[in-house]
Design a protein. Structure first.
Lengths: 481, 96, 489
């Protein structure tokens, strides 16, 4: 029998903000233990929550970017459970009136090879709601320590429908969410800093069966690759259990990335009784069109829209878009140059993807710190196209430009890279090369076009690499014609 | 709801994380069922279509701007802690 | 002179301080001496910090001699219920759970009092976490009614009422979730006001039931209560439920409204019930008084009154079960010595830290919110709450304020009701509705029972119209002499 997996994801994304969701103290990563605490964060007697407007802006923007409906009214509820990382022993969350309803996420599946774009599809969302994050426990041999720095950080929970069927889809889903959140400036989604976390609900059923199989909740998926590997492992495990005629019982499992296996954490006893009720300390949220429109206007062109436009407008190949598009800053950089000369977009794209990214990563600086600005890139493309310098020399020029911030012309001038001979000199070198290399000449005449390369190489050598290869090619062909 | 509600006192004490002695369990079961019996009164009222009152004076969008306006030193934060180390609260080892 | 200062009113003392006839240090010393003399019997204070209070008074005197007085409350000693956060002071809520807790921050009303120059004086006894009507649920100590030490002072702000009645504070702050200011005020023969929900910030008030709790003043006269209300009222951006509404000049309103002929309503449901006939007598006399000064008095109906207690005990305990979850043995509370693991730490710490009434209410609140019961209990109660509020709003279309008893009987004897929680809950019957509706209400002394226990008159007002409420009470107070009657201690 054939089986298919059904996967739903719950993705927690921290909303970027200076202060916490309900407290006025700072929010952030990398501080000393309990440096980001105050009476509200610690849940001291008498402390009260007040919501952070920026967290609301963040989630509404996220909802609009993901095609959610933003209902007019949403409210806050308390989810009651005891845990040492939860100062109030209730989490302020949204039970039945979340800020975002529905929505969908466009994902891109891997293609047949890295150079080929895979299929696009849309994964349906159930909802997105806002809640406060909890603190962090560190475990030692005989006790655990609690740090409340993370407690109270604004946290969105993006809940998908059970609408994915493979680890790859889940991977693509998370990738897409991360790109969109970063594009919109809502979150940095750094999984290592806990800014994005995912739990998966996975079930397997015989192909063709309508009803979902028994569901396993998989936790501890701490990286996007972990999500893919964990889910794939869990699908294989469940499928093999079913094939052996065993049944799956609802439970919570965890992914052990080191061992590469999933293991049972706890049986699903009676469903948790969270005793949700409206939080009497907080007032409801009302969203009007003015607010929706203001945030909608702040949403940039999203990555896959951008990719489609680059295909159409600039005729870029997937090998370039797939590198440029996921990084909003890089895309904007590229576009600034490409807009100056749309017909040269491919050449610009190549320089950006190859030379620029190489230098930036070798030197270890941010793109914004690079001295080469988009007009510089165009200047280099132009001198190469005009044949002023060769592509090989262009590479050298680029490195110089990157160091000094000069234009291509300035570097060429300063370093004397411009050819110091005229075309008749090139012709002389070509004649010499033909005279000195009878073998390739013969071979070429016999119909071996590649033999020309050796002749061209000789000429380039004579010119110390400065001759225009197209010109050399033309002259040799003429002479041998 | 016309019968006296059955109180599973162990379930409630577990949810509330309060250990109860056998005497307390008996006493609270009795008290709760007497109070809940009294509360049955509310069922005399037809409340269909009545808005539940979550706040006496509900207003919307009571928020603050995203500014850092409070700070407490970690030492201060731990001042009342029954047990702490390295400015963190010590709890018995949490195993999942 | 300082021997008798402790029974003077805040307004009188303000004048004496202003004229520099007395100093704030002299005044607090008088209060300290009085407290030391009587509090072993009264038990109004969980603790007090003499040195700190004298230092505050000294600072007040220094301001005044520099011509920098902060206003009429500058130098006036005010007792604080041990449920409000004051930086560096214990905040115990009369619970073993918070026995050792020292607040690292100020409640907003405390910040405001500090800004008015008032001298914060002591931590006043109360029912544990404000749950109770007699202060018998205090884990700290027994609190007695200054008028008869065998009787309870009422609760939960029993210490706040008793301290004012016994001259251990000039005025005090209490908190009122279901009558916790008005009922002890009534039992101790003082004035106590529960403001409109949202009038006074709850920031720094250890929560019992968030949608019902309000901080309010207690004092020996309506004017004193108005002065304190003035200082603590106003919008606070640290409390999302704090209301943006103009704060009137309450003391000025008392004279502005003098002689006004109010239309007063008598909610018939508050007079039908089985109130003790003798304690109704002063209330009925008070009604006659209002008629005699030309007020129109008419019967009104609050038809859902009989459902108030049931509604209250669902809403209040549900919220409390969640609010008190933070007292867990982890971050700042009592932690049990013996436990098996991190989960058992909760069970044992909470079993040891909470008293029996608190546990009872946590159990009830947990039950009504538990799976399958939410709609039947909590949601139902929230709907009935709407009906109860609507009753009031309808009555206020016809009348300016309502007049009623505060409590069905005078202060009962200690131990009389502790065995029957439901009968204790039912004694809150007249005060609970104001919390459910969120309206302001006040209790003022209006007489004594045959055995000399004070009886209170309750005045319930329109939302955010505390100035009217106070003026109605003031009219009665001016024509009677309860302000200067004190218990013999």
């Amino acid at each position: 029998m054939e089986y298919e997996a059904v996967i739903g994801l719950e993705v927690h994304v921290q909303v970027k903000a200076d202060s916490k969701i309900f407290a006025r103290c700072g929010a952030g990563f990398g501080h000393g233990p309990n440096e980001l605490a105050d009476p509200v964060v610690l849940g001291l007697p008498g402390a009260l929550p007040v919501m952070n407007k920026k967290a609301l802006d963040g989630i509404i923007k996220a909802g609009l970017a993901l095609g959610c409906t933003i209902p007019d009214v949403s409210k806050w509820d308390r989810k009651n459970y005891f845990y040492p990382d939860s100062p109030n022993n209730y989490q302020i969350t949204q039970y039945d009136q979340p800020i975002c309803d529905g929505g969908e996420v466009e994902i891109e599946l891997p293609g047949a090879s890295r150079n080929i774009m895979g299929e696009h599809r849309k994964v349906k969302l159930t909802r997105i709601h806002l809640e406060n994050d909890v603190g962090k426990l560190t475990h030692f041999s005989s006790d655990s320590l609690v740090d409340y720095n993370r407690a109270g950080t604004s946290l969105m929970e993006i809940v998908s429908e059970p609408d994915m069927h493979s680890g790859e889809e889940a991977f693509a889903f998370l990738t897409s969410i991360r790109q969109i959140m970063v594009y919109c400036g809502i979150s940095d989604c750094d999984m290592e800093k806990g800014q994005m976390r995912a739990d998966a609900n996975i079930s397997v059923r015989p192909k063709g069966q309508k009803a979902l199989g028994e569901r396993i909740e998989l936790k501890n998926l701490n990286s996007i690759t972990g999500v893919k590997n964990g889910i794939e492992y869990e699908i294989r495990r469940q499928t093999s259990e079913l094939k052996k005629g065993r049944t799956i019982t609802q439970a919570t499992w965890r992914w052990d990335a080191e061992l590469g296996v999933t293991e049972e954490m706890r049986k699903k006893e009676n469903a948790h009784d969270y005793r949700y009720f409206p939080d009497p300390d907080l007032m409801p949220v009302r969203v009007d069109d003015e607010w929706r429109n203001r945030l909608r206007a702040e949403i940039p062109e999203l990555p896959y829209e951008k990719q489609r436009r680059y295909f159409e407008e600039f005729d870029l190949p997937y090998t370039i878009t797939s590198v440029i598009v996921p990084d909003r800053e890089l895309a904007e950089y590229f576009e600034e140059a490409a807009n100056l000369a749309p017909k040269k977009a491919q050449a610009i794209g190549n320089l950006v993807v190859n030379d620029l990214l190489r230098e930036v990563s070798e030197v270890g600086i941010a793109l914004s710190e690079s001295k080469i600005r988009p007009p510089h890139i165009l200047s280099l493309v132009e001198v190469v196209e005009k044949g002023t310098i060769t592509k090989n020399i262009a590479k050298e020029v680029f490195v110089e430009m990157f160091k000094s911030g000069e234009t291509a012309e300035e570097v060429i001038e300063r370093k004397g890279l411009k050819p110091d001979f005229d075309d008749s000199q090139v012709k002389t070198w070509c004649e010499e090369a033909i005279a000195e290399n009878p073998k390739p000449v013969e071979s070429f005449k016999a119909g071996n076009d590649k033999a020309l390369n050796s002749l061209k190489g000789q000429v380039m050598k004579k010119s110390r690499g400065k001759a225009n290869p197209q010109l050399v090619d033309g002259i040799i062909r003429d002479l041998l014609a | 709801m016309s019968d006296k509600p059955k109180i599973d006192i162990d379930y409630i004490s577990n949810l509330a994380r309060v250990a109860l002695s056998e005497e307390e369990k008996a006493a609270y079961s009795k008290d709760l069922s007497s109070i809940l019996g009294y509360v049955e009164k509310l069922n005399e009222l037809d409340t269909d279509g009545i808005e539940p009152m979550a706040h006496p004076y509900p207003v919307y969008n009571v928020w603050r701007e995203d500014k850092v306006e409070s700070k407490m030193s970690p030492e201060k934060a731990m001042e009342n802690a029954p047990a702490s180390r390295q400015n963190m609260v010590i709890v018995p080892k949490v195993v999942e | 002179m300082s021997d008798t200062l402790y029974y003077k009113s805040a307004s009188e003392l303000a004048a004496l301080l202003e004229k520099k006839e007395i100093s704030a240090v002299e005044l607090i010393q008088s209060i300290i001496n009085r407290t030391k003399a009587v509090d072993e019997r009264v038990g109004a204070f969980n603790s007090f910090d003499e040195v700190d209070a004298i230092a505050q008074a000294g600072a007040s005197d220094a301001r005044r001699s520099d011509g920098q007085s902060l206003g009429p409350l500058d130098g006036i000693p005010i007792g604080i219920k041990d449920v409000l956060a004051v930086t560096g002071q214990p905040l115990t809520c009369s619970s073993k759970m918070l026995e050792k807790f020292v607040s690292p921050y100020d409640a907003t009303c405390i910040e405001k009092l500090k800004a008015s120059g008032a001298v914060l004086w002591g931590r006043l006894n109360m029912d544990e976490f404000a749950m109770g009507s007699s202060t018998e649920n205090s884990a700290t100590k027994v609190c007695s009614n200054p008028w008869n030490l065998d009787h309870v002072p009422g609760g939960s702000s029993g210490g706040s009422a008793a301290a004012v009645a016994a001259g251990e504070a000039i005025v005090s702050l209490g908190s009122d979730t279901g009558g916790s200011i008005r009922q002890p005020a009534s039992h101790c023969g003082v004035v106590g006001l529960k403001p409109t929900y949202g009038r006074v910030s709850r920031y720094g008030l250890a929560a019992f039931a968030s949608s019902l709790d309000q901080v309010g003043p207690m004092g020996r006269s309506v004017t004193d209560v108005a002065m304190v209300l003035q200082a603590i009222s106003g919008h606070d951006d640290r409390d999302s439920t704090s209301f943006k509404s103009e704060v009137a000049d309450y003391v000025k309103a008392l004279s502005d409204n003098a002689g006004k002929k109010w239309t007063l309503g008598l909610p018939k449901e508050y007079f039908d019930t089985a109130s003790d006939a003798a304690s109704m007598e002063p209330v009925l006399k008070a009604i006659e008084f209002y008629k005699s000064i030309g007020c129109e008095v008419k019967e009104v109906s609050l038809p859902h009154t009989e459902y108030a207690v049931a509604t209250y005990y669902i809403v209040a305990t549900a919220e409390a079960s969640s609010n008190l979850a933070r007292y867990d043995g982890v971050r700042y509370t009592h932690r049990a010595e013996n436990y098996d693991d991190h989960i058992d730490l909760y069970f044992q710490s909470r079993a040891e830290g909470f008293g029996s009434e608190v546990k009872r209410r946590i159990m009830l609140g947990t039950y009504v919110l538990s799976s399958g019961y939410y709609d039947a209990y909590y949601l139902k109660a929230q709907k009935v709450r709407t009906l109860i509020r609507n009753d009031f709003m309808k009555a206020y279309e016809e009348v300016d304020a309502l007049i009623a008893p505060t409590s069905p009987q005078p202060a009962f004897k200690k131990g009389e009701k502790t065995s029957d929680p439901l009968s204790m809950y039912l004694s809150d019957i007249y005060t609970i509705s104001a919390n459910l509706a969120g309206i302001p209400a006040m209790s003022i002394p209006c007489g004594f029972s045959a055995d000399g226990l004070p009886i209170g008159l309750q005045i319930l007002g329109k939302p955010f119209m505390e100035e009217e409420l106070l003026s109605v009470g003031h009219a009665f107070e001016q024509a009677h002499d309860f302000t200067n009657q004190h218990p013999k201690l």
